[in-house]
Ligand binder design. Structure first.
Ligand SMILES: Nc1ncnc2c1ncn2[C@@H]1O[C@H](COP(=O)(O)OP(=O)(O)O)[C@@H](O)[C@H]1O
Ligand SMILES: [Mg+2]
Length: 531
């Protein structure tokens, strides 16, 4: 069963909302948007409509459903859910999981007969607790008894049963956690619990699993146990990502979509990167099968009509903005060069992102899809100390990451070693060697309207280098000479507002002078991009 359109009037977050144009081909519907944007409210409407249509009764929690300042028509008239097959929702056509699913531990001492899943829907609202693991334990264990002793022919053994039902849970779980093997239900009559093998530990209890393992196991278990009762349903999971890391979120979404029975449809409300990434992958593999509905940036106090969003770059930018805040701007580029320089902290230091700012200025026009991020000193860049090289490819698939360090005093063998690890090395000592290259100093003179003074400025540079050498530093340590050159150049060329000190001068003035076609530009480009 698949939804085609939903209309809500004066219902929770929404004054007048219409979601339309969901195609029948949509197997996965992703509700995207920041906290408080109305995703759970929408699920509330689906749940309520289901309870009403399927005769399951519903709570008249007016304080929850009604908008305080407005006179309300009967709840029933304010919700309209239309499906592609038409007609009312019937028992088994909506499966719902709220975001409050925690079931940290349980044990069972007796088995009780379980009611029909479809007759005992315990959820009224999306804020209701929804711990299902222990109930599913009862269900699975008693179903095992029933199957083996009542339904199946006399040749069926517990072993057969284990392979049949438990196998359906074990396989997807192993794809998520390769070392976690679901082995069974223990003894339901004596501290019964789900049992797992993990590495050398055999038969550990459910309560020992990590938060993420429990969360994923719960969702898969519930799907497997319930899907025969919901063979053609609208499956809704609010915040399926809870307790999981990014990789796991993505892998879980894939498993859930695969477990969907028949023509069912999976709705997830999420603002997590992992889920979104997987949804995007599924969309590109089969665009008709995935729909995104963007709740972000809407004023739901006004009438709003939502159509499925095309997942454009700006859609991803806003999704990632919700998930990552400031980090999101790092995601737009297709290539990121991690270079030296103080990283930008919460409070920007004076020279934060010094190198990155200079590279951005120099290569901004020719490489608009590349950004530079300063990630610390040479050692920190080499070791990916802040973790960008590891994290960024997980956030944005297809992004190219490279690292760049200064030559400093590295020997040619070291440089070759760095290159083999994907770390580029400048062919000169540091960035200042390029910024204070004779060619750039000549450009500076022309820019200041005194091209004829170029030889004088170059002589100033030579003098400054002599001083550096006299102090025992190498002749190519332009960083040490920079302060002198800066002071003298200002005097020589009567420069004003070119930066308050040598580093600022480098960023604000010299970097602008290095242009394509100049020898120094080509040399730096080769060093940075290897092309
Ligand atoms: N009955 C109501 N009247 C007015 N506003 C409501 C009502 N119910 C919920 N809201 C508002 O709508 C938002 C609902 O958020 P919710 O649907 O839970 O968002 P999400 O799931 O996207 O985080 C909240 O900010 C809440 O204040
Ligand atoms: Mg919510």
């Amino acid at each position: 069963m698949r939804v085609s359109q939903i209309e809500l009037k004066k219902f929770r977050r929404f004054s007048d909302l219409k979601i339309q144009g969901i195609p029948q081909s949509a197997k996965l519907v992703v509700l995207a948007g920041p906290n408080g944007s109305g995703k759970s409210s929408l699920f509330d409407s689906l749940l309520l409509q289901y309870r009403m249509d399927a005769g399951l009764g519903w709570s008249q929690d007016a304080k929850y459903y009604d908008r305080s300042d407005e006179a309300e028509a009967a709840l029933k008239q304010r919700i309209k859910v239309a499906t592609h097959c038409g007609g009312k929702l019937t028992r088994g056509s909506v499966y719902m999981r709220t975001a409050y699913r925690n079931d940290p531990e349980f044990t069972t001492r007796s088995l009780t007969q379980q009611d029909n899943v479809l007759d005992t829907l315990h959820l009224n609202r999306l804020i209701d607790p929804d711990a299902t693991v222990s109930k599913n334990y009862q269900r699975l264990a008693s179903q095992a008894m029933e199957d083996v002793f009542v339904k199946e022919d006399s040749g069926t053994t517990i072993g057969d049963f284990r392979d049949k039902l438990i196998g359906q849970i074990r396989e997807p779980l192993m794809r998520l956690f390769p070392d976690l093997i679901f082995v069974g239900v223990g003894n339901p009559l004596a501290e019964g619990s789900f049992q797992f093998d993990k590495g050398v530990s055999k038969g550990i209890d459910y309560k020992n699993l990590s938060g993420g393992e429990k969360a994923a196991f719960d969702l898969i278990l519930d799907f497997v146990v319930k899907r025969t009762s919901y063979p053609d349903a609208i499956y809704c999971i609010d915040e399926p990502e809870a307790h999981m890391n990014t990789r796991l979120q993505a892998a879980l979404l894939y498993e859930l979509v695969n477990l969907l029975p028949g023509d069912s449809q999976l709705w997830v409300a999420s603002h997590s990167i992992g889920m979104m990434r997987k949804a995007r992958e599924l969309y590109y593999a089969d665009p008709a099968s995935v729909v995104f509905i963007d709740f972000g940036g809407k004023d739901f106090d006004q009438p709003v009509v939502l159509n499925p969003s095309k997942p454009t770059r700006s859609f991803w930018a806003s999704v990632l903005n919700v998930a990552l805040d400031d980090l999101a701007v790092l995601v737009a580029p297709s290539e990121v060069v991690i270079c030296e320089g103080n990283p930008r902290g919460t409070v920007a230091g004076k020279n934060a992102e010094h190198d990155a700012q200079i590279y951005k200025k120099i290569f901004g026009d020719d490489f608009p899809d590349t950004t530079f991020i300063s990630a610390g000193n040479s050692k920190e860049v080499q070791s990916d100390f802040v973790g960008l090289a590891t994290v960024l490819p997980n956030i944005a698939s297809g992004i190219k990451i490279s690292r760049l360090i200064d030559l400093d005093d590295h020997a040619p063998d070291d440089v070759a070693d760095f290159k083999s690890k994907g770390i580029n090395v400048l062919s000169s000592r540091h960035l200042e060697c390029y910024l204070y290259d004779d060619e750039v100093l000549s450009e500076l003179c022309s820019w200041a309207g005194h091209p004829e003074l170029a030889p004088d400025l170059i002589a100033i540079k030579e003098k400054a280098i002599e001083k550096v050498v006299a102090n025992g530093f190498p002749a190519d340590d332009l960083k040490k000479a920079a302060g002198n050159i800066y002071v003298e150049a200002k005097k020589l060329l009567s420069l004003k507002q070119v930066g308050n000190d040598a580093p600022a001068f480098a960023r604000q003035t010299l970097a602008n002078l290095i242009k394509p076609g100049m020898g120094v530009y080509e040399r730096l480009k080769q060093d940075v991009f290897g092309r």
